[in-house]
Ligand binder design. Sequence first.
Ligand code: 5AD
Ligand code: SF4
Length: 478
Amino acid sequence: MESERNASEILENRQGEALDLSYSSLPGAHKKLYLESYGCQMNFSDSEVVASILASEGYTTTREIEQADLVLINTCSIRENAEQRVRNRLTEFKHLKSNHPEMVVGILGCMAERLKKNLLEEEKLVDLVAGPDAYRDLPNLIAEVGTGQRAVNVLLSREETYADISPVRLDKGGVSAFVTIMRGCDNMCSFCVVPFTRGRERSRDPKSILQECQDLFNAGYREVTLLGQNVDSYRWNMLSKGDIINPEESAMNFAELLCAVAELSPELRIRFSTSHPKDMTNDVLEAIARYKNICNYIHLPVQSGHTDVLSRMNRGYSREWYLERIEAIQRIIPDCAISTDIISGFCGETEEEHQATVSLMNEVVFDYAYMFKYSERPKTLAERKFEDDVPDETKSRRLQEIIELQTKHSAERNRARVGEVYEILVEGPSRRSEEQYCGRNSQNSMVVFDRKNVQVGSYVMVRITSCTSATLIGELVE
Ligand code: 5AD
Ligand code: SF4
């Protein structure tokens, strides 16, 4: 599953006015949608599907919450603090609603199923609740709210992939886009709430994926990130609705999908997230090595460096297996960056087990890591089977230790890139200055350089001259 990268973002539909005019007879005509997303990349991608469904109803999006007729918040349940942030936000909306009684407030996403009762009935914080597989039903739910009822649909589906919906792109750059290739997860890692909030795993029709990527390329996008909770188990049509079709011809796996997307254009970069160590096969690594436009970057969550902890986590691999997969990456793909996710203080984690994570980090030297304190989630295997018995101070101390080590490793990795020349896809002005542009190399490092007269969305060659632990600094190579 992918990491929680941006805490929250207010999104705006850049198509704005045009949509407003062309849908003037629809239920949402002249109505404004304010959409806020929390959590993982999949949630941001889902928000684009939601914006598209509501655009067909006539809604346009706004960044000004005060002007909104409909306020939707796409929520995350992965850790308790993510849920708490959403609750705080909903309380703020409640105050806003007291000045705008007509405003409809709804929650979407992973918190929907778990909290529908509390949010809707007890605390009366929201008018509408829609789970991750219920977005097509939003127009009906909004209509129900219009008749004075509170509306809920949290049904999970075995089939919904929103394959036919062309997402409204909500990002600012217009260079890089997310493309969802599968939904749900069947892995049942014992700490993880995702299988309960997002349901069973299902893959999306490759034809619709390829069409979406082609449309993005035609619209000027130069990078797609293929998203799924476990992309390595992508599989289309082995058993089509129960019929066994000749598997040789009808099945497409993730490596084949990657190659098919890469063939669309050498000018289109492909990234993907998230890989699972137990399922990542050499054919995926060979596809990356074969195509220059499939980026040399793999996010491979390890979670813990100790086999006993991995076993309690139900991850399906050992420390040795993980290290063998790292070796395979390094053998097959020269200069591949690797990042990971780590949980500190999982149930029963001893000091020795924690030290095994530290030693694994020292062995691999990850380019980057997302690191979290274990947070017990309702319904999960861990909640039912184990005690959340590592004291909070111990969790924090261990987390601090691994964060410090990772910061050192990231700086080391970056220092090793000084002097190299990389092809960079230009994303836009850097955060610090309009005079500087930023973009990423294939390895996903952020590179900042003087803009001169380069175009956003173009590829440029940049020589790295210095670095911080988070960013490479360079100069254009003419
Ligand atoms: N507590 C802490 N971290 C968690 N993650 C998932 N569930 C939990 C939890 N209950 C982390 C894992 C996962 C990432 C997206 O979030 O590291 O890979
Ligand atoms: Fe990722 Fe495991 Fe959660 Fe599935 S169950 S989303 S693989 S952490």
